[in-house]
Design a protein. Structure first.
Length: 123
């Protein structure tokens, strides 16, 4: 089995969304230095049930939520996605020092991410 390990809220106004979720839910939101328009959201203490995520600027202006699933290998999971009728819509990319990810869709067009950790990942 594979679990959802990260979420991304895509919004047209990340700063406004950051302030909203911080005020309403008490999340700690901070700008990630690894990329533009990406803010990390800590939703609770480490060890509590739940996941952390991010708030980012939507590339096409459409608000959406993307959940990312941890896998053993992005390449192998991408092959399984395609074989089951889904598509890889954003090819494998490195998150330097963290791992690799890709975005996929299921056969209905539902978007989700796949990720595997690899501290040796280089961008």
């Amino acid at each position: 089995m594979h679990r959802v390990v990260h979420f991304e809220f895509n919004t047209s106004d990340p700063e406004r969304s950051d302030a909203f979720f911080s005020e309403v839910f008490g999340w700690k939101v901070s700008k990630w230095e690894g990329g533009p328009d990406y803010w990390l959201a800590t939703t609770g203490p480490e060890g509590d049930v739940g996941i952390d995520g991010a708030i980012m600027r939507s590339q096409d202006g459409t608000p959406r939520t993307v959940n990312t699933i941890e896998v053993a290998s992005v390449d192998e999971a991408a092959e399984r996605v395609a074989a089951a009728g889904g598509q890889v819509v954003v090819p494998k990319q490195a998150i330097p020092g963290m791992g690799y990810f890709a975005y996929c869709t299921d056969p209905t067009g539902l978007i989700f991410g796949i990720y595997h950790a690899d501290e040796q990942a280089a961008g």
